[in-house]
Design a protein around this ligand. Structure first.
Ligand code: NI
Ligand code: MN
Length: 225
């Protein structure tokens, strides 16, 4: 499993020959200007919730690639009305895709579309594929619901928001990694705009002091599990 950071909360995940994009917000992110959405590969696009900073580039990429959107029912319906194929889910449900299993899990946040209309409830994803298991928390507060995840899944990586203000900050993300029983954390949702700028060294040190590993990738950088 190869995971490439595309800035903010956007990732490209390759499982075998399948390309999965998560929350593509690239053309609206000046920090990600070197990423060209016209060259991104996508068979599936996972969308955690309806906020602009998670789905700005879904329409353009899905229309170019024919990628299928996996998200909550409301978001899949929204893109379905634009002629984009989708697979609707709701909290607690999982489905076997060609690349592995996806479960849509709880997140504490909001999820309106940019025009203010209802975007369903926000979520995160647990992906089990290629003998590796990852948790994409989406935008969320720390919540006890995270403790449900290791009851089913032994995680290899947790992708957690760490920018604070709109989501968990560092201290709560450390507790979240306890709740999901995964000490290997990839940070996201930081530095993109003023409210969520963080000090990288302080963040990494705080995780390190708890015996945990916080990875902060540069945009375009990848890790392999
Ligand atoms: Ni959000
Ligand atoms: Mn967000």
């Amino acid at each position: 499993m190869k995971i490439t950071f595309l800035g903010h909360a956007s990732f490209s995940i390759k499982i075998q020959d399948v390309n999965i994009l998560v929350d593509p917000f690239i053309t609206g992110n000046p920090l990600a200007s070197k990423i060209n959405i016209n060259t991104l590969k996508a068979d599936y696009i996972l969308v955690t919730h309806a906020h602009q900073d998670h789905m700005l580039d879904v329409e353009a990429i899905a229309k170019r690639t024919g990628a299928k959107v996996i998200s909550n029912y409301e978001i899949v319906t929204h893109f379905g009305n634009l002629g984009i194929e989708g697979h609707p889910m709701n909290h607690g449900g999982k489905w076997d895709f060609e690349f592995g299993t996806v479960k849509y899990v709880n997140a504490i946040h909001t999820s309106s579309f940019p025009d203010g209309s209802y975007g369903g409830q926000p979520g995160g994803f647990v992906i089990e594929g290629e003998h590796k298991n990852i948790y994409i928390a989406g935008d969320t507060a720390l919540t006890f619901d995270m403790k449900l995840i290791p009851m089913h899944t032994k995680l290899d990586l947790a992708i957690l928001p760490i920018g604070d203000n709109f989501t968990m900050g560092i201290d709560d993300a450390i507790i979240a990694s306890d709740f999901v029983e995964c000490d290997k954390v990839l940070g996201c949702h930081f530095d993109t705009f003023g409210y969520i700028e963080i000090d990288h060294d302080t963040a990494k040190r705080k995780f390190f002091e708890k015996g945990k590993d916080l990875m902060l990738l540069n945009i375009g950088e990848f890790i392999e599990l």
